[in-house]
Design a protein around this ligand. Structure first.
Ligand code: C2O
Ligand code: CU
Ligand code: CU
Length: 497
């Protein structure tokens, strides 16, 4: 985010802060009578990371209308090498789309890829027609064709968009972007804000895209990770910080398989929100774990000596069989350059509580979903829900207005970030009580050989909604199903049971 231009004449607090930074005359908090503020990051602190933004072509302040094109474009991921990546508007990630809660978002999407695709708005409570699932909510957008997405954005938070056709391949090739839904009444007084899209990409030595099918069926069962870690599409991003000064990061894990566990010496994360906006109350974490598809809203403070550098690292995360053996325990992700300026003594912030009512589960319908894996006669693997891969699955069912409690049992050797389209859920403990702080979720990690419970209320929006693992190889390998809300029966399943 920019703070606007410094003004000539008149008092500009930003200009003043920069003056103080440049000359080191005062520590900001000692300015007589001034509230200690949080926007004292060094000038250009996020320039090495900032995302391009989609241009709103609609003059109506409550309508954001953008064009979006999926196309192959040359990007430089490995310095000096060209990658012909699959992109939205020519970049990885795609442009940041910024709207206000309650706005209408219109996206004129055109497919210039050599393959059909769609755009799915992950986490957004859209009507089913706008959910971007081919054969269920819309036809595939074939090469050369367009589709207009048009919906009201009902919830504040960080969301994201990605294809729902050959997802492992298309997302892995670079198709994803962030959708930031801002709340003008947000009381979090940390204006230095940054959207961070975490991902990875698998490249050959010459910089070209690696096949999405490496290691065959075993690669699918594991979930293929890319070998280059990206923050906002960059392997060589950079962030600047002033010691003690707060930054607010809105982070999404857009990787097709990789879990991110972020940590850095002296860096603390105060998590204030998750998938569906602000959470019940803030919690301070030493590291921040994001499974594929998940988002976090965190206040970050760097406690380090001025004029040093701290490295934000990706700590190796155990997501099941073979995921930690013979691998580096940490990988460098993003250098944070600590400004040569007096540290700011962080003043305590009272993060506002968000009263999130726990879903009433009395009389809720219990549903069990076992995440399964089978080895077929030819030796290949097939994931499923309750033993059935997507292709032969029977839809789950819910009535409009119904509350269900899902027990998601992971019988496999790999963790599965389980995602529901179109609705949020709340996580329950093993006694069925809400886990605090309550946060609206659309993706929850179900660790290998473990069980998670969630409560979900299908408040409206009848339709046929997807459930799937967000390790996209797993989804494509069968770990996907549907839930029919209301009495819509999708063509796909109409004659399968
Ligand atoms: Cu990001 Cu079907 O999901
Ligand atoms: Cu989704
Ligand atoms: Cu999975």
């Amino acid at each position: 985010m920019t703070h606007g231009k410094e003004q000539n004449g008149g008092f500009s607090p930003v200009g003043f802060a920069r003056f103080v930074l440049a000359f080191g005359l005062l520590a900001w908090p000692s300015v007589a009578g001034a509230e200690p503020r949080c926007w004292a990051q060094p000038p250009g602190w996020d320039a090495g990371l900032r995302l391009p933004e989609a241009t709103d072509i609609n003059p109506d302040p409550r309508v954001v209308e953008v064009n979006l094109e999926a196309r192959i474009a040359s990007v430089e991921i490995v310095p000096g090498k060209t990658t012909r990546a699959w992109t939205y508007d020519g970049g990885i990630p795609g442009p940041l789309i910024r709207v206000h809660v309650g706005d209408r978002l219109i996206v004129h999407f055109t497919n210039r890829l050599p393959q059909p695709t769609t755009v799915h708005w992950h986490g957004v409570r859209v009507p089913i027609q706008m959910d971007g699932v081919p054969g269920i909510s819309q036809p595939e957008v074939v090469p050369g064709e367009s589709f207009t997405y048009d919906f009201i954005v009902p919830d504040a938070g960080l969301f994201w968009y990605h294809p729902h056709v050959m997802s492992a391949a298309q997302v892995g090739f670079g198709l994803y972007g962030a959708l930031l839904v801002e709340d003008p009444d947000d009381k979090i007084d940390v204006p230095d804000q940054l959207v961070m899209v975490l991902s990875d990409i698998d490249l050959k030595a010459d910089g070209s895209l690696e096949s999405p099918e490496t290691s065959g069926s075993a690669g699918m069962a594991f979930g293929r990770e890319g070998d280059y870690l990206l923050v906002n599409g960059r392997t060589h991003g950079k962030l600047m910080a002033r010691a003690g000064a707060r930054q607010r990061w809105r982070v999404v894990n857009a990787a097709k398989s990789r879990f991110f566990d972020l940590a850095a010496p002296g860096v603390s994360f105060t998590k204030i929100g998750g998938d569906g906006g602000l959470q019940e109350y803030a919690e301070t974490l030493k590291d921040l774990v994001l499974a594929p598809g998940e988002r976090a809203d965190v206040i970050v403070t760097v406690d380090a000596k001025p004029a040093t550098e701290v490295m934000l690292t990706a700590v190796l995360y155990n997501r099941g069989y073979g995921s930690i053996e013979a691998r580096a325990p940490v990988e460098d992700l993003l250098p944070i350059v600590v400004a040569d300026a007096a540290p700011i003594a962080p003043s305590p912030i009272d993060f506002p509580h968000r009263p999130i009512e726990r879903l009433d589960t009395t009389g809720a319908t219990p549903v069990t979903m076992k995440l399964t894996i089978a080895q077929l006669f030819d030796g290949s693997f097939e994931y499923g829900i309750n033993g059935a891969p997507y292709a032969t699955s029977t839809p789950f069912h819910a009535n409009v207005g119904e509350t269900q409690v899902w027990t998601i049992v992971n019988e496999t050797a790999w963790s599965h970030p389980f995602h529901l389209h179109g609705f949020f859920f709340q996580v329950l403990d093993d006694k069925g009580n809400a886990v605090h702080p309550i946060v609206w979720k659309d993706t929850i990690n179900v660790p290998f050989k473990q069980t998670m419970r969630v409560a979900v209320r299908f408040e409206d929006r009848p339709g046929n909604w997807m459930i799937h693992c967000h390790v996209l190889d797993h989804a494509d390998g069968g770990l996907m199903g549907t839930i029919v809300v209301g009495d819509v029966i999708a063509a796909h399943h109409a004659h399968e049971h």
